[in-house]
Design a protein around this ligand. Structure first.
Ligand code: UDP
Length: 376
């Protein structure tokens, strides 16, 4: 008899939700992770009493009440609302996402009618150019951004940030990336349109620890070492690592973007007055600075800790041995990922899921939704 019903490779959100559901259903689970901690990229490290998002800012948002209630049943979430600010090439700060505050700061327009006139004027060039070329749908991120929001905002808030983040010209990036950002004719700086948003009180580690309760966990174990014999250990395998790695890269390697952080402790209580400041200029090398305490302290609470921790975020191309973060969803990579998916469909008793195995630019809530649908 095998010791476990499930061997779960990867202690991130997808693996942890499956582990939770399987344990609740009376199944035995072994969760392994090659890192020395659980949580995958939502893992937080406590520094100076502050939960530092070690692998970049994670802000939970969803409109799915079932998912919101589920995560809150594991650990209550706070009222954090993401309102990033952008430091632009003109040296000024602008509110994000693109809304009436941004339009007022950019052009001095004071109401939606004035903003609409200005946006129409700003978009016109791109629309005329596409018409002249006989194109009905934007072919890349640059065309999409110019049609959506026009040239000033594209130049000041999108172009350089995007090229720093993805390491490719906007003309070579897919249009959908920029459609993640809302465009609003209201004075609303909330980055997300979702009904629910927040950060687990006490940090993401509590969420993952709660989900993994009742499972066996082995850290520092690379799946490669037990790949040949996994079926001796468990009936079923849940694999959340990179899909190309599972198949020993036999069809070629997928590209990823990775992120490097420079984290600093400062002897001041409040460095930038906000959790997230994006640097949308081309001279600054980092894409953004995260000041972690603002995810969990509000109002005067910010001053209870005399210190603060900030992380500068540098986006770089992934090389073997680094942690993969973002899939690069260009045509080459998408079609390669599709071929790997076809191989995955033929694997018996293996469930693939999460950002790395699906090679999809998922937020956290859709990963949980996906894990909720898996038949245990
Ligand atoms: N983006 C931008 N300027 C900004 C913030 C975002 O141009 O100040 C674009 C950029 O192309 C980025 C995309 O919007 O890749 C999606 O941003 P999001 O904040 O969703 O990225 P994530 O938080 O997943 O890194």
């Amino acid at each position: 008899m095998k010791n476990y019903d499930f061997l779960i490779v990867g202690a991130g959100l997808f693996g942890a939700v499956i582990a939770h559901r399987a344990t609740q259903a009376g199944k035995r689970c072994l969760v392994i992770d090659k890192r020395q901690h659980i949580g995958g990229n939502v893992y937080c490290e406590k520094i100076e009493g502050i939960n530092v998002h070690k692998y970049g800012a994670h802000i939970f948002h969803t409109s799915n009440k079932e998912i919101w209630d589920f995560v809150n049943s594991i650990v209550p979430f706070n009222r954090y609302t993401n309102c990033p600010v952008a430091y632009a090439p003109d040296g000024k700060l602008y509110n994000l996402p693109f809304n009436m505050n941004t339009f007022y700061q950019m052009w001095g327009v004071k109401n939606p009618a004035e903003a609409m006139d200005k946006l129409k004027e700003q978009r016109q060039d791109a629309i005329d150019r596409m018409k002249a070329d006989g194109i009905s749908e934007p072919r890349n991120l640059e065309e999409q951004a110019l049609c959506l929001i026009g040239k000033d905002i594209y130049e000041k808030l999108i172009k350089h940030y995007t090229e720093k983040q993805w390491g490719r010209p906007c003309t070579e990036l897919p249009a959908f990336i920029i459609r993640r950002l809302p465009v609003r004719l209201t004075f609303d700086n909330n980055y997300f349109n979702d009904t629910y948003q927040g950060i687990p009180i006490g940090g993401y580690n509590l969420l993952i620890e709660g989900l993994l309760k009742g499972c066996d966990i082995r850290l520092g174990v690379d799946f490669k070492e037990i790949k040949q014999s996994w079926n001796d250990i468990a009936e079923k395998l849940v694999y959340t690592g990179p899909i190309d790695e599972y198949f020993d890269f036999k069809l070629g390697r997928l590209d990823w973007r990775t992120v490097r952080f420079e984290t600093e402790i400062l002897n001041i209580p409040n460095y930038q007055g906000n959790a997230v400041v994006n640097y949308t200029d081309s001279l600054t090398n980092w894409t953004r600075i995260i000041e972690h305490k603002h995810f969990e302290s509000f109002g005067d609470g910010v001053y209870e800790n005399p210190k603060t921790v900030i992380s500068r975020e540098f986006s770089t191309e992934f090389k073997s041995g680094m942690e993969p973060y973002y899939p690069v969803n260009d045509n080459r990579n998408n079609s390669l990922a599709e071929k790997y998916r076809q191989l995955a469909d033929k694997e018996d008793n293996v469930i693939f899921g999460g950002r790395l195995a699906d090679y999809k630019y998922y937020d956290m809530a859709p990963v949980i939704e996906q894990a909720m649908k898996v038949q245990i």
